[in-house]
Structure formats: C-alpha cells, structure tokens
Design a protein around this ligand. Structure first.
Ligand code: PHE
Length: 348
C-alpha cells in the first residue's frame, strides 16, 4: 500500500504545479473541482483505503489527509490573493480624478415671457403701483358683469372662452382684477395696482394668436385723474421698455369698461418711425388697450364717480416680448424648445 502514498504525493505535486498557472477566480474554481471534489483522483485514493490492511489504514489515512489539507490551504491562499488583486484592479480602474475640470450640466433659462412680465412689473412698481395677483378661474360677474358686459352683451362674443362645468370660466382678460380691487377696497379711496397673469380665449392658434396669453393690467384711481395722466404714464412706460426715443400715439377705440377708450401705439424702434416690415410700413406698433375707467364700473365697485376718476390699461406680455426680442411666432413662448430658450440665458 506504499504506492497509495506515492500516488497521493504525485497528485499533490501535479495539483501544485497546475495552481501556478491559475490566474483568475473562475479557473481557480475549476482547479478545485479537478483536485479537491468528490470526483477528484485524491478522493478516489481515499476510497481505496478500505482495501488496505487495518493496521496500516491509520497512517495511510493521515498521509492522504495531509495531502488534501495542503491543497486546501493552497486553495485558500490563492483565493485570497486573486480577490485582492481583482479589488485593486477595480479600484484602479474606477478611480475618480478629482482634479479634472467639472462638466457643466445644461442650465435652463428664464422664458422671455417671464423676463418681460417681470420688467413690466418692475417699471410700474417703480412708479408706486402695488402688485395684485388675480385668479385664472373667474366668475362671469368679475370677468364680464362688473366690467359693463351684462349677459348677452355683444363684446362677450369677441372674448369667447373656456367655461367650466357649473359656475366659472377661465378669465378672458386681467381686467377682472380691476373689478376685484375696486370691490374689495374698503376705503373706496385712491389706489394704483398692476395685475399680471394669464388670460384665455377661444382663439385659433397661429403666429400671433394663442388660446392663452399674458397681460399686465393697470388701474389707477384718484381725484381728478384724466387722460393726460394716462398718456404721461404710458409714455414713460414705453420709453423705459423700448428706449428713450420712443413716442406713443393714442387711437380712439372701444372697451365696455373704459370711456373714452384708446388703443396705444409705440413708435417703431427698428425704423425710427419711417416705416418698415415690423411696423407694416406705418411707423407705429400697437402695444396695449387703455382708457378712463367707465363711471358705471366705478359705481359697481362701490366708488363715487363724481369724486373719483381713474384710468386703466392692459398690456399684452407676448406682444411686448416679441417686439423687444424680435420673436416672430407667439407659439415659441410655450414650446419649451431648449435652443430657443438658450438665447435668453443670462451670462454668468
Ligand atoms: N382688457 C382689454 C383686452 O383684453 C384691455 C384693456 C384693459 C382695455 C384695460 C382697457 C383697459 O383687450
């Protein structure tokens, strides 16, 4: 039975030699299957122990066991070494170089609609106007009735809108804020407010029309307020918005809640009033509607029109933004096209 031990030694040497060639964890597993599993030749030798005479079995068994233990020990060492190596490699390849310059993420930009809305608000806030937030959802009372547009009034048709189930509608004009402010002012005295926000109309969308658009409403009430005050205020606004050289022109118009009513044009900044494609050859561009507050609107708001007068105006936000930035299509404001918006990013 000496040959059993010799065979074991040979198997062990062979396994050790093979182990030198093992360079990865998967091939180490294969090595283990070959030399240490139940089907390995060394295990077969163990089975043969039974054939040995009983008095030799003890020392033979110890010899075979030693070979097995030795290989198991080598396996453990090799496994540790390979794992360590793999970890080192991983750390090396995933190392973060903190000295590299950072990569900039795409930074958003403020929509030109908001830029202009803010600017209009700033200009009037600078003249002492208070900002009054309105409501996108209104009742017919504030959107129409208190503004001299009773049920069936033809002017309602021009502003046909989205009616909500039950009571309420999406406001067609920020002028609804006028009605709220007059009614809610308990002193029934002088006031000056602006009210920016979105309006909605059942319009077919095209280059210059959208079913939603922004307005900034203005309302000033005081004693002896005249059209001259309105004109002076709007001329100042136009110059601050479009440049020192701008002039304004009032054209007679109609709104049910103002009397007299006007449409206000600003002299074209591109051609200095000579006439170009932007102003359609007229030298003037319409920017807002305005007028003296109708006495009936004051009365409906609880004011005494004998004592107080006022003026009101409504500036179209997109219209001003289109003129200021040379934007040709109103739909661009709502499309969230990053390339369009990038043009309005403030340099940092
Ligand atoms: N609300 C009017 C519109 O939407 C504009 C306007 C506001 C006119 C205030 C006069 C006074 O067309």
């Amino acid at each position: 039975m000496e040959d059993l031990i010799q065979e074991a030694r040979r198997l062990r040497e062979e396994a050790e030699k093979e182990l030198h060639e093992v360079l990865s964890l998967p091939s180490l597993q294969e090595w283990r299957n070959r030399h240490l599993s139940k089907k390995a030749p060394l295990s077969a030798l163990m089975a043969r122990l039974r054939e040995a005479p009983p008095e030799e079995r003890g020392s033979l068994g110890a010899g075979l066991n030693e070979a097995r233990k030795a290989l198991e020990g080598l396996f453990g060492e090799k496994e540790r070494a390979l794992r360590e190596e793999a970890l080192t490699k991983k750390l090396e390849s995933e190392r973060v170089d903190v000295t590299l310059p950072g990569r900039r993420d795409g930074i958003g930009a403020i929509n030109p609609f908001r830029l202009i809305e803010d600017e209009i608000v700033q200009i009037f806030a600078g003249m002492g106007y208070r900002v009054e937030e309105g409501h996108d959802v209104e009742t017919e009372r504030y959107n129409f009735e208190l503004l001299n547009m009773p049920e069936g009034h033809p002017a309602r048709d021009m502003q046909d809108t989205f009616y909500l189930e039950g009571e309420g509608l999406l406001r067609t004009q920020t002028s609804a804020s006028q009605a709220h402010v007059l009614e809610e002012n308990e002193e029934k005295g002088p006031l000056a407010i602006i009210s920016p926000g979105k309006c909605y109309r059942r319009d077919d969308d095209d280059m210059t029309h959208s079913h939603q658009f922004g307005q900034v409403e203005g309302l000033l009430v005081g004693e002896g307020v005249s059209m001259a005050d309105l004109k002076g205020t709007l001329a100042l606004f136009a110059r601050k918005m479009f440049g020192e050289k701008r002039e304004i022109r009032l054209r007679s118009s109609y709104f049910p809640f103002t009397e007299p009513s006007v449409e206000v044009d600003v002299s074209c900044a591109r051609c200095e009033g000579k006439g170009c494609s932007m102003c359609k050859g007229t030298g003037w561009i319409e920017i807002l509607g305005a007028g003296e507050v109708h006495p009936d609107v004051l009365r409906k708001g609880g004011y005494d029109p004998e004592r107080y007068q006022g003026f009101a105006f409504g500036v179209g936000i997109e219209r001003v933004a289109m003129l200021r930035y040379g934007i040709d299509d109103i739909r661009r404001f709502y499309q969230d096209d990053a390339r369009f918006l990038a043009g309005f990013r403030e340099e940092d």
